[in-house]
Design a binder for this molecule. Structure first.
Ligand code: FES
Length: 321
């Protein structure tokens, strides 16, 4: 049983362009020549590479463009091999499998927006900026990176929106001071932030320091955040309501692993709590949320959980599986 069906497509790389240092832009088209579904700004896809590795990448083209999807891939020297494979082995004509789109970074209506990007974190924000421009909603972008040569789309953004885009290249000593930037941000402005963990942690701290209400800052993490020790050190039980099974989850295994071993199919991708693919409805029981996808408010609602990393904070969890 699979409760999270996502569209899947056999695709071909139709174009490949180096757009910045260590960043390639891939154009993906369906192998059967068909159209992709439309998507919403902030959405990502799972890219399943020919070597079996799968990684998540934000869509950075235009949501209504159904003939092709675009993703930008940063080569991460310290990564787990997916981005290096893309840079070294994926060329025009390479076949890849794609799953999605999925959106855990939804773009909500607002009277104004502040976008904060760190490096490759610019990718999910690009379609949001286009949507804001199309709707006539004012926006500004603070874009931080090591050097301008390492920052994708920086020239186009500055040429097209000179009054709205501010670039901070650390190589030239320009520093993005988030706390003061947030202090100058008008109430009601929604802030969308994506980039490395240290930028996102600083954004959360700055939002707190400025007394922002819940929901003003939206962040998307590409890297799993540090979750600390689990609430329960012991095993716990998981009842799968739809499958009619009760399983024990030992301390050294994830719910996802135990559920898969029992023959229940749940879609998963990152298996580290960042992509949202394994989101599972919670029927009852308290969850020890350890993911990097749900907002603190969503976690407090206790309606869904990421079973690849989140655990039980009680003896028995009941899941809609
Ligand atoms: S598989 Fe990615 S959040 Fe669980």
């Amino acid at each position: 049983m699979n409760i999270h069906p996502l569209p899947e497509f056999d695709c071909v790389v139709a174009n490949r362009l180096e757009i910045a240092d260590d960043i390639v832009l891939l154009d993906l088209v369906r192998a059967d020549g068909g159209a992709f579904p439309e998507w919403t700004p902030g959405a990502h896809i799972d890219l399943v590479l020919p070597n079996g590795i799968e990684r998540q990448y934000s869509l950075c083209s235009t949501p209504t463009e159904t003939a092709r999807w675009q993703v930008a891939v940063l080569r991460e020297a310290a990564g787990r091999g997916g981005s290096s494979y893309v840079h070294e082995s994926v060329a025009v004509g390479t076949s890849v499998h794609v799953r999605g789109p999925l959106n855990h970074f939804a773009f909500e209506p607002a009277p104004a927006y502040l976008f904060v990007a760190g490096g490759i974190g610019i990718t999910p924000l690009l379609p949001m900026m286009r949507a804001a421009s199309a709707a006539g909603v004012p926006w500004t972008l603070a874009y931080a990176g090591r050097s301008e040569g390492s920052m994708a789309f920086v020239r186009e953004l500055r040429d097209e929106h000179p009054a709205q885009v501010r670039v901070y290249a650390s190589e030239t000593g320009e520093r993005l001071a988030l706390e003061s930037l947030f202090a100058e941000t008008a109430a009601g402005t929604l802030v969308y932030c994506c980039g490395p963990s240290r930028l996102l942690d600083a954004a959360q701290a700055s939002a707190t320091a400025n007394g922002w209400p819940a929901g003003q800052l939206h962040i998307e993490r590409f890297e799993a955040k540090e979750a600390g020790e689990p609430v329960l050190a012991d095993a716990f039980e998981v009842e799968l309501e739809l499958s009619g099974m009760t399983l024990e989850v030992p301390p050294d295994r994830s719910i996802l692993e135990v559920v898969e071993e029992a023959g229940v199919l749940v879609l998963s991708s990152c298996r580290e709590g960042t992509c949202g693919t394994c989101e599972t409805p919670v029927v009852s029981g308290e969850v020890d949320h350890r993911d990097s996808v749900l907002t603190p408010e969503e976690q407090a609602e206790n309606e869904v959980m990421m079973i690849c990393v989140s655990r039980a904070a009680c003896a028995r969890l009941v899941l809609e599986l």
